[in-house]
Design a protein around this ligand. Structure first.
Ligand SMILES: Cc1cc2nc3c(=O)[nH]c(=O)nc-3n(C[C@H](O)[C@H](O)[C@H](O)COP(=O)(O)O)c2cc1C
Ligand code: SF4
Ligand code: SF4
Length: 262
């Protein structure tokens, strides 16, 4: 099997570590690759032409997180010989890859390979956190899927599954609403009496949307709804609306706080 000689550059967006774990696993397997958080990417991070560009991110409401959408649009004027994407999801990747491909085509680029990858759900706003056994089962399947993805990338095979790329009914109404309202969605966060003022939430937020005020976190209305703050708080002291007090929290078991901090 022929190895790729060009440098790989893999960008990721993550709230609870799934997409970071995947980006790192691919980076480790390919070698000679940089892994860069989209939230801190600068245009000179992807200035070099003819390199392999990877984008790894979670699906939000069937489509791209706002930050990822903005990042894709910022690639205008850049080039890459092979662009691949992995969309991590909790069972419904919906139109994320189709949307990504359409956004790339708008700026004269195209997707060479796209992979939906099932991971544990972090959406504790509406659902219970996954069980330990469920997490292990999903991560075990994901590890096998990542091995196959790496083979495809090593060979630079074109991999565009038609089931993921048809442009049926998108962007959906719920996705459009999500994007329009996401920045202000942090109004529903609140903190209970278990807060220890540790400031983990301030450090973990990928877009610096939290500051401490009088010993309590304050949200600044530039939210991406990545759910990092609520899931990483060591005291489970952050709540969202009325449904999260009785729920567990989820972060990817092989990702640490230190890994999350760029
Ligand atoms: C705001 C939000 C919306 C989500 N929407 C979907 C969705 O439409 N379909 C799905 O399968 N998973 C959805 N999820 C689950 C995540 O995509 C999934 O757990 C992902 O792997 C989390 O990645 P991360 O750990 O890198 O942040 C959503 C999660 C969040 C926070
Ligand atoms: S991470 Fe949790 S305990 Fe720490 S300051 Fe934030 S809300 Fe309080
Ligand atoms: S405030 Fe919380 S949910 Fe919003 S972007 Fe920051 S970490 Fe993510």
């Amino acid at each position: 099997m022929e190895e790729i000689n060009l440098k790989h550059r893999i960008f990721y967006f993550t709230g609870t570590g799934n997409s970071l774990m995947v980006a790192k696993a691919i980076t480790d397997a390919l070698g000679d690759a940089d892994v860069i958080p989209i939230a801190h990417a600068h245009s000179n991070d992807y200035d070099e032409p003819h390199e392999i560009l990877g984008i790894v991110f979670p699906v939000y409401w069937g489509g791209l997180p706002l930050k990822v959408l903005e990042f894709i649009r910022s690639l205008k004027g850049h080039s890459a010989s092979y662009i691949f994407a992995v969309v991590t999801h909790a069972g419904e990747p919906e139109f994320a890859l189709a949307q990504l491909r359409a956004e790339l085509q708008k700026i004269g680029l195209d997707l060479s390979a796209g992979f939906p990858l099932r991971m544990p759900s972090n959406y504790i706003i509406d659902y219970d956190a996954p069980s330990e056994s469920g997490i292990q089962r999903i991560l075990c399947n994901a590890a096998n899927a990542i091995e196959e993805i790496v083979v495809t990338l090593r060979n630079r095979t074109i991999h565009l599954p038609s089931s993921q790329l048809s442009s049926y009914s998108w962007p959906s109404r719920s996705y459009k609403q999500f994007i329009e309202r996401v920045n202000g969605s942090d109004e529903k966060f609140w903190v209970d009496e278990n807060c220890t003022e540790c400031e983990t939430c301030v450090r973990i937020c990928p877009v610096q949307n939290i500051r401490m005020k009088e010993g309590r976190p304050e949200w600044l209305h530039g939210c991406q709804q990545c759910l990092a703050c609520i899931n990483w708080c060591p005291e489970s002291a952050i709540q969202f609306g009325s449904g999260t007090e009785s729920r567990g929290r989820y972060t990817n078991p092989s990702v640490t706080m230190e890994d999350m901090e760029p």
